[in-house]
Design a binder for this molecule. Structure first.
Ligand SMILES: [Zn+2]
Length: 225
């Protein structure tokens, strides 16, 4: 397997370590960590530094009845199980789904997977993580197929889970963590001999450019859950 080349920056790992990322971003970082021993080590260090900072923080006195207040509030939390959602399709089978990062595997298992075909070579399945700012989804491009050219009004993060793809800036392999800033235009193309599956985090609707735009834009409306 080629070495992972593209990594989240230290700020993103720090936010992950501090637990301050949104759920979709955290899933993307955890997917990258699954493939990247270097970032795993960096995250362990950041966790240790964070733990030390907490340990050395001066104790703040709290009201005597603080604990009982918290326990009383916990008692008021509605613990009823959420309504069970209907699973549209069984989890996908095959080699490419066996080695998914655990968090992604869990999401696929829990919500099932419902593909929408965006073209003959591209399909997408949303992974609901209960947030409004970002949409988390799997994209699958057939071997040698391409996704329509598109630009972004917000941040786009892509983690390659299986296979590889390329665009005008390079070739991306399993584990690569690719960040695209707003305004960037690209046309991802899967490698000729194998299909590509990616995890993507979208901050805002992507906008197709060129001849596909009228055809596909309605399907790509941003639908965070
Ligand atoms: Zn890394």
């Amino acid at each position: 397997m080629p070495e992972v080349r593209l990594h989240p920056n230290t700020d993103a790992l720090l936010d992950y370590s501090a637990g301050s990322l949104s759920p979709a971003q955290a899933v993307a970082i955890s997917a990258h960590l699954f493939y990247c021993p270097g970032c795993q080590a960096k995250t362990r260090t950041l966790n240790a530094i964070g733990g030390n900072l907490l340990a050395n923080t001066e104790a703040v006195s709290v009201a005597v009845d603080c604990l009982s207040d918290v326990m009383a509030q916990l008692d008021t939390v509605d613990t009823a199980l959420p309504e069970k959602r209907e699973i549209n399709n069984a989890a996908p089978q095959g080699d490419r789904w066996k080695n998914l990062p655990p968090l992604v595997k869990g999401l696929v298992r829990d919500s099932g997977i419902s593909w929408r075909h965006l073209s003959s070579s591209l399909r997408v399945a949303r992974l609901p993580v209960g947030e409004r700012r970002f949409e988390l989804a799997l994209h699958q491009i057939k071997a040698g197929g391409s996704a329509p050219a598109h630009d972004h009004r917000g941040l786009e993060i892509t983690v390659v889970l299986h296979g590889s793809f390329s665009d005008d800036e390079g070739v991306y392999h399993q584990g690569d963590y690719i960040t695209r800033e707003p305004g960037h235009i690209h046309t991802p193309v899967a490698t000729a001999n194998t299909e590509c599956v990616c995890l993507s985090v979208l901050e805002a609707p992507i906008r197709l450019v060129g001849r596909f735009s009228r055809l596909f834009n309605p399907f790509l409306s941003f639908m965070p859950v």
